[in-house]
Design a protein around this ligand. Structure first.
Ligand code: GTP
Ligand code: MG
Length: 229
């Protein structure tokens, strides 16, 4: 046990000493951000609706990489991190409506150079605490001066309501060191239910305003737009 801890000590330093390692993840994020911005702008032009509210991203800090590598029991080297950690690069896509979450995920993952490694649908099946989001682990190529690296990125897609809940829950409880009191956990799960309810009401309004759409998401009957739902 103490041997394992010792082995991992300095892993954060190792990451810092190899600037090319985290740079790859930064590049992968930039590639993905460009893809998402293109989808946002072009979809808006084509369908008069922007499916992305905002996007944030982060590269995991070396200290956090060390902690997680230790927790996961990974070998203390960079190859093991690249293989064993899916969230060194993270992109969070916040969408107006639930339907946007799924269409952005679909538009992204059907791109030829985006390889989908894993998909966790916490919207269809929320976590026990109420957490909802769609998580994708994708791998995308980063073209360097002398080679191509395929880099993993964790993409979290969620609505504004899901993001509101998750952000506040994170501040309150996520990775809470000790046990969360039961009544707090129940309140929080109830609040997640309210957020889900709000999402479905807003989705309903959104669909009514758009009216029936064809397979491209365009109004099947453009006159509906003028009727105010
Ligand atoms: P981690 O070890 O936390 O990364 O979990 P995991 O590898 O099992 O993956 P999972 O898809 O469950 O979660 C990945 C990420 O989603 C987390 O690092 C958080 O950013 C987010 N997340 C997952 N569960 C929760 C939650 O209950 N609350 C909040 N606020 N965020 C969560
Ligand atoms: Mg994580």
């Amino acid at each position: 046990m103490s041997g394992e801890v010792l082995e991992h000590e300095g892993l954060a330093d190792l990451v810092r000493q190899r600037p090319g390692f985290l740079m790859l993840y930064k590049f992968a994020i930039e590639e993905l951000m460009t893809k998402l911005r293109i989808l946002s702008e072009e979809f808006d032009l084509a369908h008069r609706h922007d499916p992305i509210e905002h996007i944030t991203s982060r590269v995991k800090r070396p200290e956090a990489i060390e902690v997680k590598a230790r927790r996961r029991g990974l070998a203390p080297d960079l190859a093991a991190i690249a293989e064993g950690l899916d969230d060194v690069a993270g992109v969070r896509v916040v969408c107006p409506f639930v339907s946007d979450v799924y269409s952005v995920a679909e538009m992204l993952t059907r791109q030829d150079d985006v390889e989908l490694l894993r998909r966790k649908d916490y919207i269809a099946t929320p976590k026990d605490n109420g957490y909802r989001s769609l998580h994708l682990i994708v791998r995308i190529p980063v073209f360097l001066s002398d080679r191509v690296e395929r880099v993993k990125v964790e993409v979290q897609l969620r609505t504004i309501a899901m993001d509101f809940w998750a952000t506040l829950e994170h501040k309150l409880f996520y990775k809470y060191e000790s046990q969360v009191p039961t009544d707090f956990a129940t309140e929080l799960a109830n609040a997640a239910g309210l957020a889900a309810h709000l999402d479905s009401r807003m989705e309903d309004l959104h669909q009514r305003l758009r009216g029936p759409v064809d397979e491209w998401g365009d109004p099947a009957n453009p006159a509906v737009l003028g009727q105010g739902g």
